[in-house]
Design a protein. Structure first.
Lengths: 295, 319
């Protein structure tokens, strides 16, 4: 696009400098316009979902779409709760996501601290073994895990989703990175003052890795709220479904009858993740970048 | 570690582990820290052994058995693998998956890198914030919701996408009804949903490039494409490697979007490897056969990842 320049811009004659400047502005505004168009396309499914969820059920699948609901019809939102046990499903997703978040924060904080700050024989072997398991895809373990869940008498319970998710190789790695950033001097000073090991961990280190825990919490919540594969296998009754399963089920149930009811369900299912995103977007983005920079 | 101080000697006194741990010396502190270390890693190590490491080994074992859950398992050697390599449906699903991964990862990286470069230009803060949020938002949607929403929008007769294409004079596209189209539709839906992830990675990578290097490139007269190709991309290559590795691992496991949108159809045109594994193990109750599909998928993921790290020595540049 641009030719090679041998000299820097300041040595160019005035007219050429103007052309250069103009070209820069034009390219700049064209990219902004393309970005705007792109963002409209990317956001369109959201706008369409919200708008269509407020259309009359009979009109829901007719074109042209109505982007701005002039006569919003809220009946679809009532209907979702009638068609499927929607409250149960929202609650189930919340129970699973929140339990897994709390559980992973506990196990990963403990293990991350141990791997970062404590010395014990076999530490590095254990650490690398755990890291190696991050490579294992869910599908390679799901069949034996399902057998185990059945043996424990847990199929079709939320516990079947929560229990296997409590240990986390990724979370352990993530929090270890945060613990490593805390200066060792803090610990030494506390030890000289006679502080016990648990006290050092819980009172000095834990408060200093809060942002790491927030990163893990936001990523984990998002993942388990939206998870589909395991619930599909582990859960069988509609009252136990999590919300993604419920939506899939509702879609099959409504066929093309009234899609606005299904879309009302989608909108409702998005509210909690949006809320978590608003609160913790900094941590969500930090978490993704951590992976990228450290990996 | 330090050897224990006085221990079970033949002398009169007894060894007390509590006193041994509570000893008020440096050795005692080290012992307490080691014990705490084991206690702290115990839940994670035990959990991963039970729910990840153990099951992988069991999966491998199960793949040599014939088992329908109701009757006792029967050892059959390599029968499942022999059957798998002659199973046209499995073959098609793996080809679909590979095609999908190739297209989806390439498109996702191309699109998100372009957006990251465009967004990192000088512009008003609110505008930058708006773009970042807009392109990131689909990542918050579940694969199931994505499948539902885009499935409706791409409906051949009543879909809003074909309606607008129709206004432009483009005939109705059978997004989900034609075996020629459906895989591309999956790629588009998947990239729509996941683009935000790589976008954030690339924005982070670009922010991490020291401004001095860009200034130096400027002084040397490297602008436009040359600057992109010879300066920015090499500095971005570690991020690119991460995006590629995670993108390919994630893509090979694609399941929810095609499952919700088409259940693998029409025919087998959007059936993926994980879908075949799911169907054999949990629908047809052929646990051993399903395990063999899972093992092959796992091996494929390991091979592709190892290959990428091996190839990366040639193109990834670390500062």
């Amino acid at each position: 696009m641009q030719s090679t320049r041998i000299y820097g811009p300041r040595t160019l004659p005035t007219i050429q400098r103007w052309v250069e400047y103009l070209r820069y502005r034009v390219v700049h505004w064209i990219t902004i316009l393309i970005l705007l168009a792109g963002s409209v396309i990317v956001l369109a499914p959201f706008a369409w979902t919200i708008a269509t969820s407020m259309r009359l059920p009979a009109e829901s699948f007719t074109v042209p779409p109505q982007w701005i609901p002039t006569h919003p019809d809220w009946s679809n939102y009532r209907e979702v709760f009638r068609k499927i046990p929607f409250w149960n499903q929202i609650l189930n997703s919340a129970v699973v996501a929140i339990s897994v978040v709390i559980g992973q924060l506990a196990t990963a904080s403990l293990a991350g601290y141990a791997f970062a700050r404590l010395e014990f024989p076999g530490k590095s072997i254990l650490f690398w073994l755990i890291m190696a398991t991050m490579m294992i895809p869910l599908q390679a373990t799901i069949i034996p895990v399902f057998v185990l869940i059945s043996k424990l008498g847990l199929p079709d319970t939320l516990a079947s989703l929560i229990l296997p998710s409590l240990p986390t190789a990724f979370g352990t790695f993530l929090l270890r990175q945060y613990f490593l950033q805390v200066p060792k001097e803090y610990e030494e000073a506390a030890m000289i003052d006679g502080a016990g090991q648990w006290w050092i961990f819980s009172r000095i280190y834990l408060p200093l890795v809060k942002s790491g825990q927030a990163v893990l919490a936001v990523l984990t919540f998002n993942y388990y709220w939206n998870e589909f594969f395991r619930p599909l296998i582990f859960l069988t009754s509609k009252e136990r479904f999590t919300i993604p399963l419920g939506l899939n089920d509702l879609k099959g149930y409504m066929m093309t009858g009234s899609i606005s009811v299904v879309l009302a369900g989608v909108v409702l299912s998005l509210i909690p993740v949006m809320f978590v995103y608003l609160l913790g977007q900094r941590f969500l983005i930090e978490g993704i970048m951590m992976g990228g920079l450290k990996g | 570690m330090q050897a224990a101080t006085p221990m079970r000697g033949s002398s009169g006194w007894q060894f007390s582990p509590i006193a041994w741990l509570a000893e008020d010396t440096l050795a005692g502190i080290a012992r307490r820290r080691a014990l705490l270390g084991y206690l702290f890693v115990l839940p994670t190590v035990l959990g991963i052994l039970i729910f990840t490491a153990g099951p992988v080994v069991v999966s491998l074992g199960l793949s040599f058995f014939k088992w329908n859950v109701f009757q006792p398992a029967e050892y059959v050697g390599f029968v499942n693998y022999r059957r798998l390599f002659n199973d046209l449906r499995v073959f098609i699903s793996f080809v679909n998956t590979l095609k999908f991964v190739l297209l989806a990862v390439a498109l996702q990286i191309a699109v998100s890198l372009s957006i990251a470069l465009a967004v990192s230009q000088r512009m008003a803060t609110w505008l930058r914030y708006y773009f970042r949020t807009a392109f990131f938002l689909p990542l918050l949607m579940s694969g199931a919701a994505t499948g539902v929403v885009l499935g409706y929008m791409l409906h051949r007769e009543f879909g809003v996408v074909n309606y607008y294409l129709g206004l432009l004079g483009i005939p109705r596209i059978p997004w989900l009804n034609s075996s020629n189209w459906v895989l591309y539709t999956m790629v588009l839906a998947y990239v729509w949903q996941n683009m935000g992830f790589t976008l954030v990675l690339f924005i982070g990578g670009l922010n991490n490039i020291p401004p001095e290097i860009l200034d130096a490139a400027d002084v040397d007269g490297a602008t436009g494409w040359r600057r992109l190709w010879h300066v920015i991309l090499p500095l971005l290559s570690p991020t690119m490697l991460f995006a590629l590795v995670t993108g390919i691992i994630g893509g090979l496991q694609i399941f929810d979007i095609p499952y919700v949108m088409t259940r693998g159809g029409p025919g087998d045109a959007s059936r993926t490897a994980v879908m075949v594994m799911y169907e054999s193990a949990f629908k047809n109750m052929e646990v051993g056969y399903g395990s063999s599909v899972a093992v092959i998928l796992f091996i494929l993921i390991m091979l592709v990842t190892a290959m990428q790290f091996w190839l990366s020595k040639r193109w990834v540049f670390y500062q």
